[in-house]
Design a protein around this ligand. Structure first.
Ligand code: ADP
Length: 360
């Protein structure tokens, strides 16, 4: 079969699905209790099969303390990495058909963002997060199509810290500041100065991820501190060429582990910490504004308000597809952060998710 025809058919199919589902999806994932945490003290009262979630306020009795939410999907704490990935696999595959895709993990520090996107530290294949699985999968599928379509897969990794973009794949680990180009570059590169490497197999995937994680840790004395205060972006560029017709395409997949969304008490922080908190706040709300403007199909999309939304501009909006993992910490002590995370989710999904509704 003529690959271009298959591609056109795929695109048509994607468009039809998109019409039905919209191109913004919100998946909620609740992390399990960690060792030593009290399992009976959870704010999650109910998880439905169709994306329903009921959260209970620990200090309010009865109906008043209950809020129900609706997402495209809710994962219970027992959901494994392979299950989560298999749900988003079609989205990943659509990148090879020419679609731009952005996948985010949003939530307070400790809610499982890195677990979902990368996996636990030193993860075995079984525990790999979305980053490893997506890269491997893109490579695998591109191999399968080899006889009709020639693909090139390249990777960049960046960090945005205090509204500065830095390279995470530079060979010397230097973290020089990078500029962002205005959008609609023909090659799709928003940050052309960031190092870029081809992926030709699983060992390349492992090496690149390793370098990125190491460089990310280098920027600070206390790794966890810094990584929770910066956004990390893995960008996968796909160039494809139809061997017969010679026609070509470019698309990209951005995998974003966002900075922790927790609010910082202004009375308790000063100096650098306060500056960091303000930058995070600004960029997360800019992201929320962009996605909710897209969900509501507004004419004006405010991309210019943060570095994060500028870097991602070509992959947010238009035909692009966006998926947000909203990560929740089930502990009672996190109740108010959990509620603010859920409010953000409600805003980006562009529909009233039933905020004021109480369950049953
Ligand atoms: P964040 O990136 O939001 O700060 P992490 O991904 O570091 O959070 O998760 C915090 C802790 O919880 C880590 O020890 C991580 O391994 C663990 N964790 C998170 N999600 C899961 C999960 N689904 N299953 C098992 N452990 C998890």
């Amino acid at each position: 079969a003529n690959y271009s025809a298959v591609l056109a058919e795929n695109r048509k199919l994607h468009n039809e699905v998109q019409e039905l589902k919209g191109n913004i999806r919100v998946y909620c994932r609740i992390r399990p209790f960690l060792r030593g945490q009290k399992e009976n003290q959870t704010v999650v009262e109910y998880i439905g099969e169709n994306g329903e979630l009921v959260v209970v306020n620990p200090s309010k009795q009865g109906k008043e303390g209950r809020r129900s939410f609706k997402f495209n999907t809710v994962y219970s704490p027992t959901a494994i990495q392979a299950q989560v990935y298999s749900d988003i696999q079609p989205l990943i595959q659509s990148v090879l058909d020419g679609f731009n895709v952005c996948i985010f993990a949003y939530g307070q520090t400790g809610s499982g963002k890195t677990y979902t996107m990368t996996g636990p530290e030193g993860a075995s294949e079984e525990d790999w997060g979305v980053n490893y699985r997506a890269l491997n999968d893109l490579f695998r599928i591109s191999q399968m199509r080899e006889s009709t379509f020639k693909y090139e897969i390249k990777v960049q990794m960046m960090e945005i810290y205090n509204e500065q973009v830095r390279d995470l794949l530079s060979s010397d680990g230097s973290q020089k500041r990078l500029g962002i180009l205005s959008t609609s570059q023909p090659n799709g590169l928003a940050v052309p100065e960031a190092s870029m490497f081809p992926v030709n197999g699983t060992s390349d995937v492992l090496d690149l991820m390793d370098t990125g994680l190491r460089n990310r840790a280098k920027g600070s004395t206390a790794m966890n501190e810094r990584s929770s205060r910066s956004h990390s972006i893995v960008t996968i560029h796909v160039h494809g060429k139809d061997i017969k017709s010679g026609s070509s395409m470019h698309s990209s997949l951005h995998l974003v582990d966002l900075a922790g969304s927790e609010r910082v008490d202004r009375s308790e922080v000063t100096g650098d910490r306060l500056k960091e908190a303000q930058h995070i706040n600004k960029s997360l709300s800019a992201l929320g504004d962009v996605i909710s403007a897209l969900a509501q199909k507004n004419a004006h999309i405010p991309y210019r308000n943060s570095k994060l939304t500028q870097v991602l501009q070509t992959s947010l909006g238009g035909q692009a597809k966006t998926l947000m993992f909203v990560q929740l910490n089930p502990e009672v002590a996190s109740y108010s952060e959990t509620m603010s995370t859920l409010k953000f989710a409600e805003r980006v999904s562009g529909v009233e998710l039933g905020a004021a509704r109480s369950s049953k």
